[in-house]
Design a protein around this ligand. Structure first.
Ligand code: ADP
Length: 278
């Protein structure tokens, strides 16, 4: 459903993407994980037609992003990082405007908008000005707006940045529900737990390159199952183990304080790059 090969982008002399290749099959929940500056937004901006690639090729549902740009744009909806709703329009008007841009006929447009408002739990707020909504509601509305033209792919750029834990979980549930209805999900994030909890496969992106692609479980298993963190000389040293028994055995001989925990995607990223995701 999403295919790109050697995709590259240079801003002047700066490489934002250094030739990334990826295939995401229909219906998958895919996470693109990397620290700030890794090239996540640049990839999404290229795929959604907001900026031009400088090398490589990309296709959305078989449509080339530049040669068949109109068709490619119809295949996808984008939830941008910054909430760019029209604050002085109502909830309904914001969705309607998007439907008009995609030339959806009036009857179908209103049916789709009402369906989406129920879907995101804002059915009773359709006449409210966006400026009156809470942060979590605005986020849900931004997601609904990306779905008005019934895209096959939903791109989400760091969809839960700045949200508190409760609201974040509600957004996660909504995105999962969208996937369960058959939409392919491509999410960029620098939140480890978000990728680990939601994604079927994860790509690690670092300095414009994909350094690993696999299921979260397989990426984690490369590093071990259990970890012990110890404070040593003002730093935290981590040791990894294949089994809990090995970790327990090791901990018996520890004199300083330590903590035993499960290995996570952060450990896997750190092992490959020598740096943390956030
Ligand atoms: P991420 O989304 O992973 O934080 P970005 O794709 O925003 O990363 O940025 C990747 C690299 O490209 C960074 O080094 C960033 O400074 C650079 N970059 C992004 N947008 C521009 C731009 N419009 N002009 C120049 N450099 C840019």
């Amino acid at each position: 459903m999403i295919d790109f090969k050697d995709l590259g982008k240079k801003y002047g002399a700066t490489y934002a993407l250094r030739g990334v290749t990826l295939h995401v099959p229909e219906g998958e929940f895919f996470a693109y994980l990397g620290p700030n500056g890794a090239g996540k937004s640049t990839t999404l901006r290229i795929l959604t037609g907001l900026t031009r690639r400088t090398s490589g090729e990309a296709y959305l549902n078989g449509f080339h992003i530049e040669r068949d740009s109109l068709q490619a744009k119809r295949q996808c909806g984008l939830v941008p990082q910054a909430i760019n709703l029209d604050q002085e329009l109502t909830v309904y008007e914001n969705l309607n405007l998007h439907g008009l841009l995609f030339r959806i006929p009036a009857a179908e447009r209103s049916r789709k908008i009402n369906e989406l408002l129920d879907y995101i739990g804002l059915g009773d707020r359709q006449g409210s000005l966006v400026s009156r909504l809470s942060g979590g509601m605005k986020r849900r509305l931004t997601i609904a707006r990306a779905l008005v033209h019934s895209p096959r792919i939903l791109f989400l750029d760091e969809p839960t940045v700045g949200l508190d834990a409760g609201i974040r979980r509600r957004i996660w549930a909504l995105i999962k529900k969208i996937q369960n209805n058959g939409t392919t999900i491509f999410l960029t994030t620098h939140y480890i737990e978000e990728a680990e909890f939601l994604a079927e496969r994860v790509a690690f992106l670092d300095e414009g390159r994909i350094i690993a692609v696999d299921t979260p479980q397989a990426l984690i298993a490369r590093q071990g199952t259990w970890a012990i963190d110890r404070v040593v000389d003002d730093d935290i040293k981590t040791v990894y183990f294949k089994t809990r028994e090995e970790a327990t055995q090791y901990s018996v001989n520890q004199e300083e304080s330590f903590s035993l925990r499960r290995v996570n995607l952060e450990d896997a990223f750190l092992a490959l790059t020598g740096k943390k995701v956030k």
